[in-house]
Write a protein that binds this ligand. Structure first.
Ligand SMILES: Cc1cc2nc3c(=O)[nH]c(=O)nc-3n(C[C@H](O)[C@H](O)[C@H](O)COP(=O)(O)OP(=O)(O)OC[C@H]3O[C@@H](n4cnc5c(N)ncnc54)[C@H](O)[C@@H]3O)c2cc1C
Length: 195
């Protein structure tokens, strides 16, 4: 899986603090240290609506349809996913679950190859892509862009980075968090996605 940051609010933490300071007319107290302290306090108090003033957009590639289906359940995020109706997906690989042994993975790949062969045969016989794709396994790779504000990213990371979540979406949550921590260490510093 590849996770690429497409866009993020410039000076995101400065923007969040500046917006939050309107409430107490405390703009004069702004400084990087004071802003970080303010943001930490607001998060502790659960006043996370101020985090909605910053957002981040990612391009995610090589994620399975199974994991993408979970991600797109998050209603406050925005998505564009590669369409299997319009795009010929013969070259898409399959994501390997870590519990598959070599032998199991070889069988899975062989089944995938057979599915792709039949997919191609159907296309050549005039079946539209939107129908031929019904043959493809849920482990087939897809790509999508996802955009969300920081409050929603915190929510997604907490839910999907939890040990109760599925391994592939946990990997995604970990990578998104790693990137967000680089750009907004105060907003995301209290979150962790364990191996
Ligand atoms: C470990 C795990 C297992 C899961 N298993 C299943 C499963 O078996 N079957 C299944 O169908 N789903 C499953 N899900 C998906 C889950 O039920 C949610 O649909 C998904 O996690 C999105 O969460 P959300 O609704 O909190 O978040 P979002 O859609 O991201 O929304 C964020 C927050 O906004 C608020 N919000 C959004 N929309 C509304 C609304 N209409 N009304 C009121 N408040 C709203 C809520 O506070 C919500 O928490 C699972 C999720 C996890 C993490």
């Amino acid at each position: 899986m590849k996770v690429e940051l497409v866009a993020i609010t410039p000076d995101a933490e400065g923007v969040i603090a500046r917006c939050a300071r309107v409430s107490h007319r405390s703009e004069a107290k702004a400084s990087p240290e004071a802003d970080a302290k303010l943001i930490r306090r607001l998060i502790e108090l659960g006043h996370e609506s101020v985090l909605e003033f910053a957002s981040a957009t990612f391009l995610i590639e090589g994620i399975s349809r199974a994991a993408a289906n979970q991600l797109t359940r998050h209603r406050l995020a925005s998505f564009v996913q590669e369409s299997q109706r319009y795009v010929d997906v013969r070259d898409r690989g399959m994501v390997r679950p870590p519990t598959f042994s070599e032998d199991q993975w070889e069988k899975a790949r062989s089944l995938h190859r057979e599915a792709v062969d039949l997919y191609l045969e159907l296309l050549s016989e005039g079946v539209p892509k939107e129908d031929a794709r019904y043959l493809l396994p849920i482990g087939t790779e897809t790509r999508l862009t996802v955009s969300a504000n920081f409050r929603e990213w915190r929510h997604i990371i907490r839910l999907r980075g939890n040990r109760a979540a599925q391994w592939e979406i946990r990997l995604l949550a970990r990578e998104v968090l790693r990137i967000l921590k680089q750009h907004a260490p105060t907003v995301f510093g209290d979150l962790e996605v364990r191996e």
